[in-house]
Design a protein around this ligand. Structure first.
Ligand code: IPD
Ligand code: CA
Ligand code: CA
Length: 261
């Protein structure tokens, strides 16, 4: 079985086209021009090329939809539909030759994410989800894990970033989780893949501060459609406004909220 709606097909097509450039550039990583956008925040030539291909493809198919994309910002058209794009999520990995990064595209309708796709071009893993129609990895249905005790779980996180104002808070949170999680806490460096892995049941939960909407947009629907929970650190749904995200299977959300309180 696979997702087959017009919007998903448009997203998959845009992603596959952009991924060709991404794979080629990853192979030539040492020749890439790198420009400094800010401390700890590099924009590669690939980010921009990939973003352009994705936006051109999406605009060809849906000229009226609005767009929010990491490098170019907001293109305001249609009030109800908006693409949310992170052309490379995991840029630091990409730049260091670590094969763990993704293209992430979400589609919002009336402020709710209704479609999402996260594509890892190196492992050729395509994570897709659509509201009401489930979550898939390479066209196979995915479900979140069934682990019910935090101590038995693998939990992902990320940050704090170099320039974060919330460094101390993040370290405190890490400390608290490290005394509850017996198996492992991991930082893999791509928030969209972190969330895709929660949806696929590879990882049981994920928490992080200070993420941007394009980091999480696609992941939100991947997890919800796989039967998981997406909340803020209080267990509520203000994760975009509060910039705190907690994503997990359906069993450990409560325990994770308690750790963060
Ligand atoms: C970053 C990744 C990383 C997260 C950072 C993000 P980028 O996105 O998702 O996992 O910890 O906060 O900025 O810059 O590679 O698109
Ligand atoms: Ca990102
Ligand atoms: Ca990015």
């Amino acid at each position: 079985m696979k997702l087959n709606s017009a919007n998903i097909n448009i997203m998959v097509k845009a992603c596959r086209k952009a991924a060709k450039i991404l794979i080629r550039d990853f192979g030539e990583i040492e020749n890439l021009q790198v420009s400094l956008k800010g401390p700890g925040d590099y924009v590669t030539a690939s980010d921009k090329k990939v973003e352009k291909i994705i936006i051109d493809e999406l605009q060809k198919a849906r000229p009226d939809y609005s767009i929010l994309s990491e490098e170019i910002g907001l293109i305001n058209n249609d009030q109800s539909f908006k693409w949310i794009i992170d052309p490379i999520d995991g840029t630091s990995n990409f730049l260091h030759g670590i094969p763990h990064f993704a293209i992430s595209i979400g589609l919002e309708q009336n402020k709710e994410i209704i479609c999402g796709i996260v594509y890892d071009p190196i492992k050729d893993e395509m994570f897709t989800a659509e509201k009401g129609n489930g979550s898939y990895i390479n066209n196979q249905r995915m479900r979140v894990s069934a682990r019910s005790k935090l101590k038995d779980c693998i939990i992902f996180s990320g940050g704090p970033r170099y320039k974060s104002q919330n460094k101390e808070l993040s370290f405190e949170e890490y400390k608290k989780f490290s005394s509850k999680v017996n198996v492992a806490i991991r930082k893999l460096g791509s928030a969209s893949l972190d969330m895709a892995y929660v949806a696929a049941g590879r990882c049981d939960g994920f928490w992080q501060r200070d993420l941007e909407y394009w980091d999480i947009a696609a992941g939100i629907i991947l997890i919800k459609e796989a039967g998981g929970f997406v909340t803020d650190f209080n267990g509520e749904n203000k994760y975009v406004q509060n910039k705190t995200i907690l994503a997990s299977n359906s069993k450990i959300n409560k325990e994770m909220v308690e750790v963060l309180r």
